[in-house]
Design a protein. Structure first.
Lengths: 324, 316
């Protein structure tokens, strides 16, 4: 069952071009969805809606980008949504009590990172399978957040801080610039640095990676820390966007983030996938959810559609890669 | 065969301490700090409240033994509970409600098994997908509202007694006996052990792992359907988020009970003790007037701890 999607790591070049083809298919799919939606709904092509789609996709991408690195190592981080919730609540409280957005942002990033570190330690030192370790973490975080907030809401932040999430710069939403920056950094990190290539190698074959001298434990911990920090970053942008935080904001974030990674062509078996693919995945999922919204489909359908998309994405990916 | 059984029971004996020690610890701690914990009424209460969890944990044990996982159980429980409510409300018949719930549960289980066995999708992702689907369906069929006014015959399933024993306990016991019989006294059970530990052997025995896996997940779904009836009977209504997250308590019970996540070793009596441990943990914290959020976090810690211990055992 595990021998389906491991391509030979013969040359990194061949590997990249295969990814380019895979991403191209997905861009095409996004385009088709856009055409269909613009035919079905008059308001799809409005500038306000397009900008809204971009903003939503960037929020999804921040969480999904860190997750992509985890999935590249054949792991999974189910705690990202709960991480966003607790980081946002902590950051919001700090901003309220100190009046300093800088401290708040730092709190969010550090909280996210510490949670990631704990995940990494559980997966490496305690050798707990990642999906179950991070699932345990999810419930621990959920419990702590609900206890800490005790049903309350933190809301009302300085306008300068809110710009991060809801502002515009030269006509584009601020998160879109962050998206561009992190997409570039993430791509360069994954494709062009030694650490990035080591992550691919660990995912493709952990034993070979260890034997060839890659510090597997340290890289794995790093990957979970990055995933945690990106969740922390997402929590800051959520906070700035919603102007409030409460305990349940993370509950609907994990499944879409995983869906974005998988739609983007990152293999669950590790070693295959790109940041740009995850971006396109986030874009496709946002377009579908936005389209359902525009066509006035009841929001109750969203978890169902996301669930179907997760299963379809994994299945299609496995099918396509088996053929090539 | 008898040699194998003896070896197996010796190995099981070796495992008792872990769960038993944890149970004893929980009992001692809570009888010291939680007011009213040791009363007969409260202990009976813990047992009755653990019955739904038991019906999830037994099939979860089998699924985890096949190196699988079912994250959709809580969502499917919610859906089947709503199905019981809606069907019994429409037809006035508890049995029709139960039949529909078992069908829906088995259908979800079959889909899970098919995704895992035929398409080869890793279980935690396949069932994460079906979790979303079941949760969505729950919201859709109930329109996000509670279903109330269901027939008395449904709630009586939870409140009735048989020879003085509460009905939920009778049903949970029955359920345990069925699973115990299946796992330890049929060929199916032997194959389930092989699914986790030795799939090659299954092939040589001429058995298709695919069909067996689907059967394990489908059996799990059907059992969740029965648990759905209990859930509706207990709340006397159907609610679109009632069972969400309960799969985690089931995973906790299985992990605490000594079933391994990596080597296909399962121990059904351990799961029962695990269920009681989780029930006592939640009940004790509740009696100490700690909020349910703390209970949730504690169960999370419990799972991580149990898996840590499991990992240690694997290394030695």
């Amino acid at each position: 069952m595990t021998d389906v999607t491991k391509p030979a790591l013969a040359s990194p070049r061949a590997f990249v071009s295969e990814d380019v083809i895979q991403v191209f298919y997905r861009l095409l799919a996004a385009l088709v969805i856009c055409v269909v939606l613009s035919l079905l709904s008059g308001s799809f092509l409005h500038l306000a809606n397009i900008l809204n789609v971009l903003r939503q996709a960037s929020l999804m991408f921040f969480i999904a980008s860190g997750l992509t690195l985890v999935v590249l190592t054949a792991g999974l981080d189910l705690s990202v949504g709960a991480n966003v919730a607790i980081s946002a609540c902590l950051a919001g409280t700090v901003i309220h009590q100190t009046g300093s957005p800088t401290l708040g942002v730092l709190t969010g990033l550090v909280a996210g990172g510490v949670i990631g570190l704990l995940n990494g330690v559980m997966v490496t030192a305690l050798r707990i399978p990642s999906f179950i370790a991070t699932y345990g973490m999810l419930w621990v975080l959920n419990g702590l957040t609900y206890w800490y907030m005790a049903g309350g809401i933190v809301h009302g932040f300085p306008p300068g801080f809110r710009q991060i999430g809801s502002g515009y710069l030269f006509g584009l939403p601020t998160p879109v610039y962050l998206l561009g920056a992190f997409l570039a950094i993430g791509t360069i990190f994954a494709q062009r640095t030694v650490w990035g290539q080591q992550i691919y190698a660990i995912g493709a074959n952990p034993v070979a990676a260890r034997l060839s001298g890659i510090p597997v434990t340290r890289r794995l911990i790093m990957v979970y820390v990055v995933s945690g920090i990106m969740a922390g970053l997402a929590s800051i942008i959520f906070l700035a966007r919603l102007n409030s935080a409460e305990a349940d904001i993370g509950e609907s974030l994990t499944l879409p983030a995983i869906a974005a990674v998988l739609i983007g062509g990152t293999s669950l078996f590790g070693g295959v996938g790109t940041m740009f693919g995850t971006f396109v995945g986030a874009l496709i999922l946002t377009l579908v959810l936005n389209g359902m919204n525009l066509l006035q489909v009841n929001a109750n359908w969203q978890p169902l559609v996301t669930g179907v998309i997760v299963v379809l994405a994994v299945w299609l990916d496995m099918k396509m890669r088996r053929r090539t | 065969m008898s040699d194998a059984t003896v070896a197996l029971s010796i190995r099981s004996l070796g495992r008792i301490p872990g769960v038993a020690v944890m149970l004893a610890l929980l009992l001692v701690i809570f009888s010291a700090v939680a007011p009213g914990f040791l009363s007969a009424a409260n202990i009976a209460n813990v047992l009755v409240q653990s019955t739904i969890l038991m019906m999830l944990s037994l099939p979860m044990t089998l699924i985890i033994m096949t190196e699988g996982l079912d994250l959709s159980m809580g969502a499917v429980l919610t859906l089947t509970s709503l199905v019981v409510a809606i069907v019994s409300l429409a037809t006035g018949s508890m049995l029709l409600g139960l039949a529909a719930a078992v069908l829906v549960g088995a259908a979800f289980g079959t889909v899970n098994g098919w995704l895992v066995a035929v398409l080869g999708i890793p279980p935690f992702v396949a069932t994460l997908g079906t979790l979303g689907i079941a949760q969505g369906l729950s919201l859709i069929v109930s329109d996000g509202q509670s279903v109330v006014g269901i027939p008395r015959s449904v709630s009586e399933v939870y409140s009735a007694t048989l020879a003085g024993v509460p009905m939920p306990i009778v049903l949970a016991l029955l359920c345990y006996l069925v699973f115990h019989g299946l796992l330890y006294h049929t060929r199916f059970g032997t194959y389930v052990f092989a699914l986790g530990g030795n799939r090659e052997a299954l092939k040589y025995a001429g058995r298709s792992p695919t069909r067996l896996l689907i059967a394990v997940y489908a059996l799990g779904g059907a059992t969740v359907g029965v648990a759905g009836l209990m859930m509706t009977a207990r709340m006397n209504s159907g609610h679109p988020t009632a069972g969400l997250g309960l799969e985690f308590d089931a995973i906790a019970a299985v992990a605490v009970g000594g079933t391994s996540f990596e080597r296909g070793n399962g121990w059904l009596p351990g799961t029962v003790l695990g269920v009681i441990a989780v029930g006592i943990l939640r009940n004790g914290l509740n009696l100490m007037a700690l909020p349910s959020s703390i209970q949730v976090a504690s169960v999370g810690f419990l799972v991580i701890f149990a898996l840590f211990v499991d990992g240690l055992r694997g290394r030695s």
